[in-house]
Write a protein that binds this ligand. Structure first.
Ligand SMILES: [Cu+2]
Length: 90
C-alpha cells in the first residue's frame, strides 16, 4: 500500500515535466529544482494548490500537495508566463 508519493519538476527555461500526475488521497510532495538562470522562473506559485515559493538556483524546494480532490491544478512562474499542472486522478 502506497502511503506517500512525490515528484520532481526541473525548472530549466520551463517546467520539465510540465504535467505531474498524482493519485487522489495519497499525501504528496512536489519538488522544484531550478537549474537555469534564464527567464523569470525564480518564483513558482499556484492559487489552486495554495503555494508560492522562491526558487534559488540549484536548490530544491518542496511543497506539499493536497490530493483530497481530483482535477487539474495549474502552477506558473511569478509572472504567469510559464505554466505546468498537477493532475490528481482518482
Ligand atoms: Cu515568468
Amino acid at each position: 500500500m502506497t502511503n506517500k508519493q512525490s515528484a520532481t519538476v526541473i525548472v530549466n527555461g520551463g517546467y520539465s515535466p510540465a504535467e505531474v500526475v498524482l493519485t487522489q488521497g495519497v499525501p504528496a510532495e512536489l519538488t522544484f529544482k531550478r537549474i537555469n538562470d534564464a527567464g523569470c522562473l525564480d518564483q513558482v506559485h499556484s492559487e489552486s494548490l495554495n503555494f508560492s515559493e522562491d526558487l534559488p538556483l540549484n536548490e530544491a524546494r518542496t511543497v506539499t500537495i493536497d490530493t483530497s480532490k481530483a482535477g487539474e491544478f495549474p502552477f506558473s512562474c511569478g509572472m504567469d508566463m510559464f505554466f505546468g499542472k498537477v493532475v490528481v486522478h482518482p
